[in-house]
Every structure is written in structure tokens, then in C-alpha cells.
Design a protein around this ligand. Structure first.
Ligand SMILES: [Ca+2]
Ligand SMILES: [Ca+2]
Ligand SMILES: [Ca+2]
Length: 357
């Protein structure tokens, strides 16, 4: 067998093992309707605040603590200045969880109160036994890149001989969330590795609108010295149409005048929320915009903006035929939007071939 053949076989076996492993472990990536993504491909770097932070909920069971955040933390599009930490391995926004003894399936169930949740290790845990610890929190770093750490140190599940240690870190600015697991492998197989826990995040109504990332539900997938990072979307993807009612979108890059670009509204995205002054199509600012219902005329308002043709800097080069033009912008709230469409040069192949249905 040649070295090449051997390498191919080893690669093939490794690929099969990875695929097989994938069926029995948590996904390395996950995503939701809002645009949050989660990855387990993250370096573990436990930030132990147990001797420097502030402890709450020592000796408590099924209890919560409202904690003030040192910075505004944006979660599913809403900025919060406080959070509520529960002994049961859970964080809620906009209130404190009640009746959280039983951890739920975030994909089909709504918790009492329907609060947005961060669940690093949600199940019935307690600090109300001898030798148990507390939740310890601390803010680290300097503005505008601070981190808020909430650490469950020495939490016990019922009938479990050994304590659990894990933490959540919230990041200022990027609004990322990091779960880190220091000690989640225990002698009790029903508890170990999250076998009885819910791990993930959810927005209000997440079970119905798909705005939730459930990493695991009552599955033994967590290991000691591992981490999971949740990232919010940096911009909302929008559907746009260069030259509505034309396809292909033939453009003479040197012509004077403007090209129209439609930004389609949906049931979840109102074009009235767009900050028109921030729109850039191929680098060009919008000359004018008007609300209309174009394209499929679905009854939902769209925004049609006109851009000076010669101000667009990213038209396909001569000879390139067609190329993608990006639209960027933001909502009045400051949240980004992004979209793209294909433009073709009027004198080149695609446009010469004529309209396509
Ligand atoms: Ca409990
Ligand atoms: Ca078009
Ligand atoms: Ca429409």
C-alpha cells in the first residue's frame, strides 16, 4: 500500500468516526431563527472568580438573585441592565424565573412567565446542603470590553455525591455568551455531563418562533474543561431586488441617473424601521427612498431606494459579465441589516441573452 493510499484510508476512517461521533454527541454548531449561532469549538479558559467575586444564594435552594449588570447586555434584540440568576443553573432577563425546578425542552415548551433565558446547566440544583457553594459574580476588564462572570460553584443535584462547577460569561459590546464547564462529570450517570439538564438560550416565545438554540436537552454531552459560545447575529439579513421587475439586472455602470433597489419587508421586518441615511448600495448612499409594495406585491410594505449609478463602486468590471453588489445599513435602533443582489453589465453576455422569467 502506498503512503497516499494509506493516508486516504486513514482519512476515510477518521471521517467515518467523526460522522458516527456526531450522532452521539452535541452538535459542534447550532443556529436559530433570530440568527444566533452556537459553537463548541471554543478554547476552554475558566475564569475563576470564587475568591474575588461577590457570592449570593449560599445555603439556598430554588431561589433567585437579581443582579445589576455593569453594562447594557443585548439579548435577542433587547438591551438589559440586570439579570436574575437561579440556583437551578439558569439566568432569566426581565424578571426572575419561578417554578424552574423542572427543566424544559426549549424547542417545544415555554417556562412559567415565558422569560428570555440563558441555561448553562438548568436542572433542579441546590446550595442548601452541607459543603455546597454559591453563585459568585464579578465584572472583569475595562469599558468597552468588560465581562460579567456568573459562576455556579459547588452546586449539587439531589442524590448526587459530587458538586458541579460551571460559569456563564457575558461580553460587553459583542453581546456574546460563553458557557464554561469546569466540573460536570460526576459519579451519578443520571446527572453527569448534563444527562438531566437543559443547555441553551431562548427568547420570549422561543419554542414557537424558533428564537432559541437548544444545545442539549437531557443528554450527556457536556465534558469537564469544555466551553460553548453563543453569538448574536451582527446584522439582519434582508432580501433586496436591484431593478424590481427586471431580471437579469442589467446596468451600464457609466450611465448617468439612478438605479432602484427594493428592500422587501416581511411579517417580522418592517421597512419603516430602516434608517435610510445609513443605507449603502455598493458604497453609494441613497438619493431618495419611498415605501411601495413591489415584487410579489404581498401586501407588506417594501422600501424602494434610488442610488446614483456612477456612485456605486462595486459594479462588475468590464469583461466580468455579472457580480454581486452588497447593501448594508442599519435600523433606527442601530442594529445592522445586510443584503445583496446580482448586477450584470448591459453590453455583456447575460444581458445580451435577454430577460429570464
Ligand atoms: Ca433546586
Ligand atoms: Ca431585479
Ligand atoms: Ca411587499
Amino acid at each position: 500500500m502506498s503512503v497516499n493510499t494509506l493516508l486516504k484510508r486513514v482519512t476515510a476512517i477518521a471521517a467515518i468516526l467523526l460522522i458516527v461521533a456526531g450522532f452521539f454527541t452535541a452538535p459542534l454548531r447550532a443556529a436559530d431563527n433570530f440568527g444566533y449561532t452556537a459553537t463548541g469549538n471554543v478554547a476552554y479558559s475558566y475564569v475563576d472568580v470564587s475568591t474575588t467575586g461577590t457570592a449570593v444564594l449560599a445555603n439556598a435552594d430554588d431561589a433567585t438573585a437579581l443582579l445589576t449588570l455593569p453594562f447594557g447586555f443585548r439579548f435577542y434584540g433587547v438591551t438589559y441592565t440586570s439579570l436574575c440568576a437561579s440556583t437551578n443553573g439558569l439566568i432569566a432577563f426581565g424578571g426572575c424565573p419561578t417554578g424552574d425546578i423542572t427543566n424544559l425542552d426549549l424547542t417545544v415548551q415555554s417556562p412559567t412567565g415565558n422569560l428570555p433565558l440563558i441555561a448553562p446547566f438548568w436542572m433542579d440544583l441546590t446550595f442548601a446542603i452541607p459543603g455546597a457553594g454559591s453563585i459568585i459574580y464579578q465584572t472583569l476588564g475595562a469599558e468597552p470590553a468588560r465581562r460579567f462572570v456568573a459562576q455556579w460553584k459547588g452546586a449539587f443535584a439531589l442524590n448526587q455525591p459530587s458538586p458541579l462547577d460551571f460559569q456563564v460569561i457575558l461580553y460587553e459590546g459583542t453581546n456574546q455568551i460563553l458557557f464554561q464547564y469546569q466540573n460536570v462529570e460526576t459519579a451519578n450517570a443520571e446527572i453527569s455531563k448534563g444527562k438531566s439538564a437543559t443547555v441553551g438560550i431562548r427568547a420570549t416565545d422561543g419554542q414557537a418562533n424558533g428564537n432559541r438554540v437548544q444545545w442539549s436537552y437531557r443528554t450527556a454531552v457536556l465534558t469537564n474543561r469544555s466551553a460553548i459560545r453563543f453569538e448574536p447575529p451582527t446584522a439582519i439579513p434582508v432580501t433586496i431586488d436591484l431593478k424590481p421587475d427586471s431580471n437579469p439586472n442589467c446596468v451600464n455602470p457609466t450611465s448617468r441617473g439612478t438605479v432602484p433597489v427594493a428592500i422587501f419587508g416581511t411579517s417580522k421586518f418592517a421597512v419603516a424601521d430602516i434608517d435610510q441615511s445609513k443605507l449603502r448600495f455598493g458604497g453609494a448612499a441613497a438619493r431618495s427612498c419611498a415605501v411601495d409594495d413591489v415584487g410579489t406585491k404581498d401586501g407588506l410594505p417594501d422600501l424602494v431606494c434610488h442610488f446614483e449609478t456612477t456612485e456605486v463602486t462595486t459594479w462588475p468590471a468590464a469583461g466580468a459579465d455579472c457580480g454581486k453588489i452588497n447593501l448594508t445599513g442599519s435600523l433606527k435602533s442601530g442594529f445592522g441589516i445586510t443584503g445583496s443582489d446580482i448586477a450584470c453589465r448591459v453590453a455583456e453576455r447575460t444581458c445580451k441573452a435577454g430577460p429570464t422569467p
